[in-house]
Ligand binder design. Structure first.
Ligand code: KG4
Ligand code: ZN
Length: 337
């Protein structure tokens, strides 16, 4: 099957063409609106959806021409149905359903977080169900037992800020640009991760939930005691200390979840999975566990993950899109058959 994947859950616009027989992405394009939103220190939903209206058609045309495929060679269209920003989701859903009508091809709406998880199946070395999954993005922090495709048990989640959101907010406190994750990672390379003793949230609790807003506030208190402008050395040290607190929290939570479930495979996904320091700490802290990371370019939102998830949803008729439907709030466990 050849599937066209369309991702518009937040500020990225992603389009990709997936060949399921070869388990390969034939062509893909991602347009990041980061520069547009950086002016405002975060995503402005109205700007995001307006830009996606303009970008989708040229990006689909480009992706098709780069793959050498024509519309009649495409078997199906997949789009992100939720969770995400309503306006952005509506743009993708309307566009995908219109293509579906115009091309007379079936259309399927996929769950964004399932797509972050399933993108790992594109890698040469990929996990075998069942496995444990840690999804760390700008909107979610989830520990999931993935039993099989479409069957997920949420073991833990954040009670307040998501990890990526905490990176973005800490970057803002330090006067850095949106998105904050890559900025923090870059400056933290020059800092000492042991320079500030920041909290490791929730680690004293027995459950598998997360909380990152207290950690962000702890950074704010340290910053408030400093004279402005903040020095580069200070920013590097506090960024490195924050990143270390996040990484240790993720490692410890995964350790507990792995002990609880007995899994030996851990799949990571979402924007924060592109952080090299976090990757290294997970690998070092979870020795003996087979850890799977997506390709760096497929950690943050992209069309490839939607195309792959769409393919795996196609054997389930109930996922076929019959109208323009979105689910801005959508619990992953609701997918279970
Ligand atoms: O998965 P994603 O693209 O979108 C959502 O589904 O939310 O994740 C975006 C989040 C942002 O909060 C961004 O700051 C964070 O991922 N992120 C990173 C890095 N690259 C992106 N966080 C830490 N380190 C990075 N290198
Ligand atoms: Zn995402």
């Amino acid at each position: 099957m050849i599937i066209l994947g369309i991702e518009t859950s937040c500020d990225e616009t992603g389009v990709a063409l997936y060949d399921s027989k070869k388990n390969k992405i034939l062509s893909e394009n991602i347009f990041s609106q980061a520069a547009k939103h950086a002016l405002y220190g975060g995503v402005v939903p109205e700007l995001a959806s307006r830009d996606q209206v303009l970008k989708l058609l040229p990006m689909v045309k480009l992706t098709l021409s780069e793959s050498g495929k024509s519309s009649d060679q495409i078997d199906a269209i997949a789009y992100t149905k939720g969770p995400g920003l309503s306006g952005s989701l509506l743009v993708g859903a309307s566009f995908a359903n219109s293509l579906s009508l115009g091309w007379s091809k079936p259309c399927v709406g996929v769950h964004h977080m399932e797509a972050h998880l399933l993108v790992n199946l594109l890698e040469e070395r990929s996990p075998q169900f069942p496995f444990l999954t840690l999804l760390v993005s700008g909107g979610h922090t989830l520990l999931i037992k993935a039993l099989e495709i479409g069957e997920y048990q949420v073991l833990g989640q954040t009670r307040d800020d998501a990890v990526g959101e905490a990176f973005d907010k800490v970057a803002k406190i330090l006067g850095m640009n949106y998105p904050g994750g890559p900025e923090i990672e870059k400056i933290a390379k020059k800092g000492n991760p042991n320079s500030y003793n920041l909290p490791r949230p929730m680690l004293n609790k027995k459950n598998l939930d997360f909380s990152f807003s207290g950690l962000k506030t702890a950074v704010l208190y340290v910053v408030k005691k400093k004279k402005l402008p903040l020095s580069k050395d200070f920013k590097a040290d506090i960024a490195a200390s924050f990143q270390a607190a996040v990484a240790e929290t993720l490692v410890e939570r995964c350790k507990s979840a792995l002990l609880q479930t007995g899994d030996t495979q851990l799949v990571i996904g979402g924007g924060v999975a592109s952080n090299q320091y976090v990757r290294k700490r997970l690998q070092k802290g979870l020795q003996g566990i087979d850890i799977f990371f997506p390709n760096l370019s497929r950690c943050t939102d992209n069309g490839a993950m939607v195309a792959v998830a769409g393919y795996h949803r196609f054997n389930n008729e109930s996922s076929f899109s019959k109208s323009i439907e979105i689910k801005p709030r959508w619990d992953l466990s609701e997918l279970n058959k």
